[in-house]
Design a protein around this ligand. Structure first.
Ligand code: NA7
Length: 293
């Protein structure tokens, strides 16, 4: 398929590379020039990348970034055509998604929200899980592209339900990781080292995919960004906004969002969200150590 891929960050670049690998005809664009994908054409604007494409796939930071790709100067809207599908793999506001979709459909194109879970490793290995909202026929048409970049897709309902489900997934990831970090901090303070505690966690019902993925990084104290703290923070704020709109009170989420706020004040926003642990360590006056740290 002819695909325009917009946004070559931690997630977008390997996703575009996997589309090329699967034999699709890919044109890429990134706001900051100089980022290329081997085997793909490079375009000088979103409109140029999208011209003549069957599918326009976006993966950028936040709601404002998606709005500017679509409707800003030389945006995708200048090239929208009947039969084209616009797909958004960024994690953004569900209500903004509904309004973007309406404007895109007004020009005859389809709109599918398809945020992902699976982090940097999933993007690189082509094992992402897509969390999808939109028209069933439009989603069916995208199957070969989902297969090139991921291992599964789940349709959550109509447009914006993918974004809604993604927010509640990240809410869970952040709260599970917070529980894990608080446990490691208290265990260290009470004299149970992390490497002694971990096999117990993994053997019991406390084990989780989040802990399995994050524990090796924590043990090495490698807080380089797989999923940057600033982006998880954005998702927690989006979840809080959605909860407010829906008149739902979520005290755990409120507290964890404050921790992300403080971690940002401490200058950790570009580290992985796993670095929220360092705040707990600072407050407790301990450092969680692995054998190899
Ligand atoms: P990164 O690695 O921070 O990459 C963000 C990308 O978004 C990068 O290509 C940025 O371009 C682009 N960006 C940011 N703001 C804009 C605006 N205003 N206009 C156009 N492009 C923009 O994020 P990830 O790849 O980890 O994550 C992407 C999404 O997936 C995000 O929603 C996550 O929550 C999930 P730059 O190179 O800075 O010019």
């Amino acid at each position: 398929m002819r695909v325009a891929f917009l946004g070559l960050g931690i997630m977008g670049r390997p996703m575009a590379a996997n589309l090329v690998k699967a034999g699709h005809e890919v044109t890429v664009w990134n706001r900051t020039p100089g980022r290329a994908v081997e085997g793909a054409q490079s375009a000088s604007s979103p409109a140029e990348a999208a011209r003549g494409a069957e599918v326009v796939w976006m993966c950028v930071s936040d709601t404002n970034a998606v709005e500017s790709l679509l409707f800003g100067p030389q945006g995708v809207q200048d090239s929208l055509a009947q039969g084209m599908t616009v797909v958004d793999s960024s994690t953004i506001s569900p209500s903004a998604t509904r309004s973007f979709a309406e404007r895109v459909r007004g020009r005859g194109a389809e709109y599918v929200d398809a945020p992902v879970t699976g982090s940097k490793a999933g993007a690189e290995n082509g094992t992402l899980i897509f969390i999808v909202g939109g028209d069933e026929a439009a989603i069916e048409h995208l199957k070969p592209l989902f297969a090139a970049m991921g291992k599964q897709f789940f349709r959550m309902g109509e447009t914006s339900k993918g974004q809604a489900a993604k927010l509640v997934m990240n809410l869970q990831i952040a709260l599970i990781y917070e529980g894990f970090s608080e446990a490691l901090t208290l265990a260290t303070k009470l004299g149970v080292p992390a490497e002694t505690l971990l096999p117990l966690v993994q053997a019991s019902m406390v084990r989780s995919g989040v802990v399995e993925y994050k524990a090796p990084f924590v043990m090495k104290r490698d807080f380089s960004p797989n999923f940057p703290l600033r982006l998880m923070h954005k998702d927690l704020r989006l979840a809080l906004d959605a909860a407010k709109e829906a008149r739902v009170k979520l005290p755990g989420l409120e507290t964890v969002e404050e921790i992300y706020e403080m971690a940002t004040e401490d200058g950790h926003e570009n580290l992985d969200y796993a670095a929220t642990l360092t705040l707990l360590e600072k407050w407790a006056g301990v450092e969680v150590k692995g054998a190899s740290a």
